[in-house]
Ligand binder design. Structure first.
Ligand SMILES: Cc1cc2nc3c(=O)[nH]c(=O)nc-3n(C[C@H](O)[C@H](O)[C@H](O)COP(=O)(O)O)c2cc1C
Length: 395
């Protein structure tokens, strides 16, 4: 039955595939080059075992924690993504769903809805930036985030402009207009329900980026913004320390995999970091974040809030990440597939699946709280972890 509750992220993915035009589905799947990192992100979780108890279990479990200073009901936050055209409500549906389930969300710079509209629906919203444009334009963006009410910032740096995927890259138009509608008609007409969702909302997908509008309020197209990003000279650690000083609240650096970068993230003054390989979209063959998490927690866990993202598909994955030292996790595709499958209700569905999965895993492991999880809860095969980079002394 269409739009029914789904019982796994895998089912949300199947429904998204059936519902979306092939280019939109392919953009959601993403992954770079051969997909080695994309595959490792999920496969690595399957290599980790869990060791359940049978007695002395707890009738009630406490899943609550905080994310960058905001209380959240369970340790899962929706990661910022820059995907338009998945659902007409886009990030507004995600904001309603995350607020309804008591958690926080990240809004991508390349997202399709204005930050203030998202914050109005979920005050626990974090705005994601890239190192793009001039220092002045970055300061303007930070001021806009402050006045829109963002609770903190996320700077994403793990993107290397790789191209060439073995399973082909989706063709995405610069603008959706009459000409591109004709060009995309064959694949769109095969997905009438997707088209109807947009028709009912009174429009066609808008490929502009409202949160990157210039001082005159003109928002660039997705590709216009992408071009500006590509042209921006890469950041140095001094640049990052400068950027951090422009915001006086919580500030996360997303995309760290090496222990030397983790050390420098702390030295640059960031309050949080996400161990990530951009969901397998950075240079291919970057190891799964869950493999490098323990070394980063060991290096800087006492000084900065460490979260991780990449490959989370079920509650037990979240428990494994927490047992290895993450404070919480971010999810990407799991909620994007759910959004495509069933809008706000789909995102709520996936958040419920993860929360229930965390709860039942905690139950089986004999914990009354996520706070008591430790590496002893995880059965780790030898050679599982990776340590990237060299240890650096704190400055
Ligand atoms: C289609 C897609 C678009 C993404 N866009 C962004 C983005 O705009 N900004 C960002 O910081 N991360 C972006 N990411 C990365 C996610 O925030 C997150 O790191 C990743 O999806 C986690 O892996 P998972 O999908 O396996 O959960 C994107 C990921 C995907 C799959």
């Amino acid at each position: 039955m269409a739009n029914a509750w789904f019982e796994s992220v895998a089912e949300a993915q199947r429904q998204a595939k059936k519902r979306l035009p092939s280019s939109v589905y392919s953009a959601l799947l993403a992954g770079s080059e051969k997909g080695v990192s994309y595959a490792d992100n999920t496969n690595a979780f399957s290599e980790l075992g869990l060791a359940p108890h049978v007695a002395g279990l707890h009738a009630e479990r406490d899943l609550a924690t905080t994310f960058m200073g905001q209380p959240i009901a369970f340790p899962v936050v929706t990661s910022p993504t820059g995907v338009q055209a998945v659902h007409p409500d886009g990030e507004l549906a995600i904001a309603r769903a995350t607020a309804a389930r008591g958690t926080a969300m990240g809004l991508g710079s390349f997202g399709s809805k204005a930050l203030e509209d998202v914050v109005a629906l979920n005050p626990a919203t974090f705005f994601q930036m890239y190192w793009m444009g001039t220092r002045d334009s970055m300061v303007t963006r930070i001021e806009q985030a402050r006045s829109a009410g963002a609770k903190g910032l996320i700077l994403t740096l793990d993107w290397s402009f790789t191209y060439g995927r073995d399973w082909g890259s989706p063709v995405i138009p610069e603008k959706v207009n009459a000409k591109t509608m004709v060009q995309f008609a064959p694949q769109v007409l095969r997905r009438p329900r997707w088209l109807m969702t947009y028709a009912r909302s009174g429009g066609i997908p808008d490929l502009t980026t409202p949160n990157l509008a210039d001082s005159a309020g003109v928002a660039p197209t997705f590709f216009g913004a992408y071009y500006e990003w590509m042209q921006t000279p890469p950041a140095t650690w001094e640049d990052l320390a400068w950027l951090r000083q422009q915001w006086d609240g919580p500030f996360m650096l997303k995309g760290v995999c090496r222990i030397d970068d983790a050390r420098r993230t702390v030295d640059a003054g960031f309050s949080a970091l996400s161990v990530s390989n951009h969901g397998g979209n950075n240079i291919d063959s970057t190891p799964a974040p869950i493999r490098v998490l323990p070394s980063i927690v060991e290096a800087v866990g006492g000084q900065v809030e460490v979260v991780m993202d990449g490959g989370i598909r079920r509650g037990s994955d979240v428990v494994k990440a927490l047992a290895l030292g993450a404070r919480s996790v971010l999810i990407g595709r799991a909620y994007l597939w759910a959004l495509a499958a069933n809008g706000q209700a789909g995102v709520e569905n996936v958040l419920d699946l993860l929360r229930n999965g965390i709860d039942s895993t905690l139950y089986g492991l004999g914990h009354s709280s996520i706070r008591t999880l430790s590496p002893e809860d995880v059965v780790m095969p030898s050679g599982f972890t990776r340590t990237l980079g060299v240890p650096l002394a704190s400055t």
